[in-house]
Design a protein around this ligand. Structure first.
Ligand SMILES: Nc1ncnc2c1ncn2[C@@H]1O[C@H](COP(=O)(O)OP(=O)(O)OP(=O)(O)O)[C@@H](O)[C@H]1O
Length: 696
């Protein structure tokens, strides 16, 4: 019986592969049981250790779970020689199964190799041109967790023609439901180069909509955590995204890859020193986001130092020790000249003064030790001198004063900001206290800069910055100081910049980030938007980002694009929009008849009307970032939140309103470009007023 099964599986490769899957799963089960059976009572001396160890063990047990819908392996590599033994005579070829995690059998021999391991790399990179010692690359196809298909490439066989992978096509074409998924099975060579680039260097990726920037950034974190586990566990990693709904959309990718410890935040989260309740007009926003503000803040912080004019007199027992003003001034000047934080210099000052006192004690024959120096540093006279010369600076109060007090601002912005620029940032109504001030998001960034001038910000090991094109120079600085000792992955698309300060060139942005040496890579193959739809959206490119090439869609399905005009409405803000609303609902209903998610994207100002229409029609819908369910697959998306998200079918309401929702035409067209590029399978544009000229 056993022999029969054996011979059958040998003649039937699929059965053999299923056999390996079953064996790998039981090996994983055994690994899990081993972990569960570990008795830590014997090895831990006290309960604190036990608790820590138990938590680690729990994590390990959790990470060893066999998830029914994430196949244990998705590929196989048959090496011509054992890796590393290419030169060895008679070295046998070796076979590796590539999966999301490492699995070994009872003897410790690998059954599945982690996709991030060096031997897995040819799975992503090898080609007919450069086979990387691979005889066979096999990709596996799964249906509902079952291994049902495979696809072979004989890379070292010159006679076999190169083909595009059907399994890759299927993966790209699959309907999108739920949150973002990992792409480990189908990372493309140019993406893999970015994913596996070294921890030491920073990388910047320019790529059009749907070229996989976000996916690449997340997989790069997973890769770096694998390759530099201990170092990054110590220093930390962070993924920065534009808003909470975007972060929610991507938050399951890393856990699915076994990485549970990566933090996520928006730039606003990073600089949340104060509560943000206000907004800026674009003139103020532009100046507040400008890197010159860093200079103004630096001047303002340093202006608190006053050169001493009085001596310090320390009384100890029956003796008085006097440090004259000129000597104090020397100490202060020396500290000012050093490249240290305001607060660190302030902390050093009492010891410097005490040292000057000690020198005098020694000169008069005393032999004071360190304890005496500490005592002198804490002496009331020294403290008073420090307070007068180098007072505490509270960052929020400092920024409050800059934005409220025209003379104070002028004193520190002299030669840096023009008079008009100074006027633009001054509050019309000065705030009374840091608590009651109506801080804007840009103000919080200024406070963060001031905070860093006072005390150095903690730096992480690696930071991924997504949708980077929207950051102001001051925001780049805020992110940059969180990776001064680490590296960064910067992801963005210049054509999708929709802030008043949107990035004009990556070199400039990288300079503000403090990563001037980073390489800029470009991704041009599009995995989301169908050919026809991306061609339509790309008509905007000459106006919004001259010089940028259109995305080249790798999707075979032509997708569908429909542009529908409904009854003429001249002014959406005053006239009845019932006909437009109804046409949108109809387009949504049509899209919902297909499989997958549907996004109804509209200018923010149009959201209330559309929400009311949906509710009146009894259609339930979600907010961006909420997960789709089989019952509710429609999301109502304000154009301002569409960035980074995707839906199988998109209904776009009134393009001209999306454009009009922004302060200037270029920003409006960019917002429209973002909205037009969210669809995976089909886009219906519904409008009642004229389309922007670029689209017709
Ligand atoms: N190699 C790949 N294999 C399969 N799917 C991929 C691959 N690369 C990207 N994708 C898919 O394409 C879609 C778009 O990817 P992603 O969101 O990372 O693009 P993006 O460049 O960040 O887009 P945007 O500029 O709109 O934010 C996602 O569904 C992603 O899973």
């Amino acid at each position: 019986m056993h022999a029969h099964v054996q011979s059958e599986s040998e003649s039937d490769p699929l059965a053999r592969e299923r056999g390996h899957l079953a064996a790998s799963r039981s090996a994983l089960r055994a690994m899990r049981e081993d972990a569960e059976a570990l008795d830590i009572r014997d090895v831990t001396a006290n309960w604190v250790n036990a608790a820590v160890l138990e938590r680690q063990l729990d994590e390990r047990i959790k990470s060893l779970a066999d998830l029914a819908h994430t196949p244990l392996f998705f590929g196989r590599l048959d090496y011509l020689h054992a890796p590393g033994a290419e030169q060895a005579e008679g070295a046998e070829g070796e076979q590796f199964y590539i999966g999301r995690r490492h699995v070994h059998d009872a003897d410790g021999d690998p059954m599945v190799i982690d996709w991030r391991a060096p031997v897995s790399q040819p799975f992503y990179r090898a080609s007919k041109k450069d086979p990387m010692d691979i005889a066979l690359r096999r990709r596996f196809g799964y249906t509902a967790g079952d291994l049902t298909a495979y696809e072979d490439e004989h890379l070292s066989d010159a006679t076999e023609a190169e083909q595009t992978s059907k399994l890759l096509q299927q993966e790209i074409e699959r309907p999108r439901v739920g949150p973002m998924r990992d792409i480990v099975a189908t990372i493309q060579p140019e993406q893999d180069e970015i994913v596996r680039s070294e921890l030491g260097g920073s990388v910047c990726v320019q790529g059009g909509p749907g070229t996989g920037k976000t996916a690449v950034g997340l997989h790069r974190v997973a890769y770096l955590l694998y390759a530099h586990r201990e170092r990054l566990a110590r220093t930390g990693t962070l993924v920065i995204g534009p808003n909470a709904s975007f972060l929610h959309y991507i938050e399951q990718v890393l856990p699915a890859l076994g990485e549970l410890e990566v933090k996520q935040a928006t730039v606003d989260d990073l600089v949340a020193h104060v509560e943000v309740r206000g907004t800026d007009d674009s003139a103020a926003a532009l100046v507040k986001g400008d890197a010159r503000m860093a200079e103004v803040l630096r001047n303002a912080v340093r202006s608190h130092v006053t050169l001493p004019t009085e001596p310090v007199v320390v009384v100890r027992g029956s003796r008085r020790w006097r440090v004259p003003a000129y000597e104090l001034e020397e100490i202060v000047r020396e500290l000012l000249a050093r490249d240290i934080r305001y607060g660190a210099a302030r902390d050093a000052l009492p010891q410097r003064i005490a040292h000057a006192v000690l020198v005098r004690m020694e000169q008069s024959g005393e032999a004071p030790d360190d304890r005496v120096q500490d005592a002198v540093a804490r002496n009331a006279a020294v403290k008073a001198a420090v307070k007068a010369v180098w007072p505490l600076v509270e960052p929020a109060k400092l920024v409050l004063r800059l934005l409220s007090d025209a003379d104070f601002l002028a004193a520190h912005a002299e030669g840096v900001l023009s008079a008009d620029e100074q006027k633009a940032v001054l509050w019309a109504k000065p705030a009374r206290s840091a608590k009651s001030a109506k801080w804007s998001a840009a103000d919080a960034v200024l406070i963060d800069e001031a905070t860093d001038l006072v005390a150095r910000t903690h730096s992480l090991g690696h930071v991924v910055l997504d949708e980077a094109q929207d950051l102001s120079p001051m925001q780049y600085r805020a992110v940059g100081r969180r990776c001064t000792t680490g590296s960064a992955t910067v992801l963005g698309d210049l054509a999708q910049g929709t802030t008043p300060w949107a990035t004009r060139s990556w070199d400039e942005a990288l300079g503000h980030l403090g990563k001037g040496g980073a390489v800029v890579e470009e991704l041009t193959a599009g995995f989301r938007v169908p050919r026809e739809v991306i061609a339509y959206a790309s008509r905007l490119l000459p106006d919004i980002a001259p010089g940028l090439a259109a995305v080249d869609s790798v999707r075979e399905s032509p997708g569908s694009l429909a542009v529908r005009r409904v009854a003429d409405i001249e002014d959406l803000t005053t006239e009845d929009t019932a006909a437009l609303d109804a046409a949108c609902l109809e387009a949504c209903a049509e899209s919902l008849r297909q499989e997958g998610s549907v996004g109804l994207i509209a200018a923010d100002a149009r959201i209330p009307a559309l929400a009311a229409a949906l509710t009146a029609a009894g259609v339930t819908y979600l907010d961006p970032g909420e997960e789709t369910t089989p019952d509710t697959r429609l999301t109502l998306v304000p154009a301002s939140l569409a960035k980074g998200l995707e839906y199988d079918y998109v209904v776009l309401d009134e393009p001209s309103a999306v454009v009009a929702g922004e302060p200037d035409e270029r920003t409006g067209l960019r917002r429209l470009y973002v909205a037009l590029t969210r669809a995976v399978s089909g886009l219906i544009v519904v409008h009642a007023t004229d389309l922007p000229g670029q689209l017709t």
